[in-house]
Write a protein of this length. Structure first.
Length: 234
């Protein structure tokens, strides 16, 4: 599991591990230090929001509930209402900016001819003829080794320079006329940073028969749970 994705499952635990109860704050200095911690959490959540879920909940819902609880705790403390208002406005603004930040891979930026769905690909991979596409995984090596579509080759995470170089090497001997299907599934489709760079690089290299496999949520839900095969290891 990618490091950033694993981190999202820990965020809901932070309220118990990283914060003192407001009723134990002795003075305004302690309140300010506590407030700074709240802001730092919001910055971390900006990263987590790209995966859209925190422990199975919508990120925005989870964070909103967390902030509301912290604000209610502070209101119970005497002489802190002004500070509470300032903190809540600041953190709400940070959250709004994070939620509204454009996703790196919106569906609307793809042409229908550039995409392929799991059901269609599941049929094509059973074809041993010349029309069988080359499948290239453009995500992380750890994810590839855990499980990948049978016959897929590792192209590397295309959001990095090293990943793009790995992708170039993976297709170096592939004819330009070959059908290629790329996929990642490291995170939900619209949050995936790897598919679009891989698609654009292959076109720059002269490959015109390239399609991206749409994995709306993850490989387990959109592929394995539908009865399509997976392969483990290299």
């Amino acid at each position: 599991m990618p490091k950033d994705h694993a981190r999202t499952s820990e965020l809901l635990k932070w309220k118990d591990q990283k914060f003192s109860r407001p009723d134990r704050l002795a003075n305004s200095s302690s309140v300010i230090k506590w407030s700074i911690k709240v802001v730092k959490v919001c910055r971390q959540v900006e990263i987590a929001l790209s995966f859209r879920t925190i422990a199975g909940l919508k990120a925005s819902t989870a964070l909103a509930g967390f902030l509301a609880q912290r604000a209610n705790d502070l209101v119970r403390c005497s002489n802190m209402r002004t500070i509470v208002t300032a903190i809540f406005i600041l953190t709400s603004c940070l959250l709004a900016l994070a939620v509204q930040r454009p996703q790196p891979n919106p569906v609307g930026k793809w042409e229908a001819s550039e995409l392929i769905r799991p059901q269609e690909l599941s049929v094509k991979i059973r074809d041993n003829g010349a029309s069988k596409p080359l499948i290239v995984f453009v995500g992380f090596a750890q994810t590839y080794r855990a499980a990948h579509i049978p016959g897929a080759v590792l192209g590397g995470p295309a959001s990095s320079v090293a990943g793009l170089e790995t992708l170039k090497s993976a297709v170096a001997s592939v004819p330009k006329s070959r059908d290629i299907v790329i996929y990642c599934a490291c995170c939900p489709w619209e949050a995936c940073p790897n598919v679009r760079p891989a698609f654009e690089l292959l076109h720059q290299l002269g490959y015109k028969q390239v399609k991206a496999l749409v994995i709306p949520s993850n490989l387990e839900a959109d592929w394995a749970d539908k009865g399509y095969p997976l392969q483990k290891g290299q």
